[in-house]
Design a protein around this ligand. Structure first.
Ligand code: NDP
Ligand code: 8X3
Length: 257
C-alpha cells in the first residue's frame, strides 16, 4: 500500500458531500490538502474541523472551476510549498433539473457542461503538466453510473458524465509511458446536497430521491477513492462503478415504502 503522508492532494468541490468526505479521509492519512470550491466559508468550516482532529496542512482555494482564467491563475499562483500537486481529485460537479431534453433549460445545460466537463478539463490541463514533469501523480475523476446508463430526464447530465468517462480513458492513453495514474470512480445514488442542487433547492423533492432505501454515503465514496490512490505504484485502477445494494441500475431501485 502506498502512503499519502505529506502528499499534496487537490480536491475540487470540497465544500460538501463526496469532496468533503475525501478531505477527511486524506487528512486522517497525513496528506496536505488543497481544498477548492466557490463557498469559501464552507471550506473554512471544514478546515477548522479537520485542524481540530488532525495535524494536517490545509490551503483553501475559492474557485469556480468554470472560469478557465481563474483556474490557471489559482494553479500558477500556488505558494511554492503547495505547487507540487501529487493527487488531483476532480470531484466538483452538479446536475440541474430532470427535464425532457426537448423542454430543457439552457442555463441548466450550460452549468452542467461548464462544470462537469470543462471545469474538469481545465483543472486537468493546468495540473497534469507538473505531474508529467515530476514523473509522479494520480488523477481521480468522479464520474457516475449516469455515464454508463442514461435515464429519462438525465439527458445532459448523463452526457456530461459519459464525457468524463471518455476523458478519463483518453487521459490514461495520453499518459501511457509516464508513471501517472488515472482512475474514474463512478457512483450510483449517494446522499449529499446533489439532489437539492438538481432541484434548485426543493428539499422535499430532493429527500424523495433517497426515500425508503439505503443510499451510499460520501464516506463510502471517499473510501474507494482512497483505496485507488493507495494501491502500489504499478497498479492503475481504471474505473470503479459502485451503487447501493438497494440499487441495480439508474432506474431500478428497491424502496421499502
Ligand atoms: P454536492 O452538491 O454535495 O457537492 C458538489 C460540490 O461541487 C460542492 O462542493 C460544490 O461546491 C462543488 N461545485 C459545484 N459547482 C462548482 C463550481 N462551478 N466550481 C467549484 N466547485 C463547484 O454533491 P456530491 O458530493 O454528490 O457531488 C460530487 C460529485 O459526485 C459530482 O461530480 C457529482 O456529479 C458526482 N456524483 C454524485 C452522485 C450522487 O448521487 N450524489 C453519484 C455519482 C456522481 P460550491 O457550491 O461551494 O462551489
Ligand atoms: C448521480 C447519480 O443516478 O442521480 O450521478 O445520476 S444519478
Amino acid at each position: 500500500m502506498l502512503s499519502v503522508q505529506n502528499q499534496t492532494v487537490l480536491i475540487t468541490g470540497a465544500s460538501s458531500g463526496i469532496g468533503a468526505a475525501c478531505a477527511k479521509v486524506f487528512a486522517s492519512a497525513g496528506a496536505k490538502l488543497i481544498l477548492a470550491a466557490r463557498r469559501l466559508e464552507r471550506l473554512q468550516e471544514l478546515a477548522d474541523e479537520l485542524s481540530k482532529n488532525f495535524t494536517t496542512d490545509i490551503h483553501l482555494l475559492q474557485l469556480d472551476v468554470r472560469d478557465r482564467a481563474a483556474v490557471e491563475s489559482a494553479i500558477s499562483s500556488l505558494p511554492p510549498s503547495w505547487s507540487l500537486i501529487d493527487i488531483l481529485i476532480n470531484n466538483a460537479g452538479l446536475s440541474r433539473g430532470l427535464d425532457k431534453l426537448h423542454e430543457g433549460d439552457f442555463q441548466d445545460w450550460e452549468e452542467m457542461i461548464d462544470t462537469n466537463i470543462k471545469g474538469l478539463l481545465y483543472l486537468t490541463r493546468y495540473v497534469v503538466p507538473g505531474m508529467v514533469k515530476r514523473d509522479h501523480g494520480h488523477v481521480v475523476n468522479i464520474g457516475s453510473i449516469a455515464g454508463h446508463q442514461t435515464y429519462p430526464g438525465g439527458n445532459v447530465y448523463c452526457g456530461t458524465k459519459a464525457a468524463v468517462r471518455a476523458i478519463s480513458e483518453g487521459l490514461k492513453q495520453d499518459l501511457l509511458g509516464t508513471p501517472i495514474r488515472v482512475s474514474s470512480v463512478d457512483p450510483g445514488m449517494v446522499e449529499t446536497e446533489f439532489s437539492e442542487v438538481r432541484f434548485h433547492g426543493d428539499s422535499d423533492r430532493a429527500q424523495k430521491v433517497y426515500q425508503g432505501l439505503k443510499p451510499l454515503t460520501p464516506d463510502d465514496i471517499a473510501d474507494v477513492i482512497f483505496f485507488c490512490v493507495t494501491r502500489p505504484s504499478h497498479v492503475n485502477i481504471n474505473e470503479v462503478v459502485l451503487m447501493p445494494v438497494d440499487q441495480a441500475s439508474t432506474t431500478l431501485v428497491n424502496r421499502r415504502n
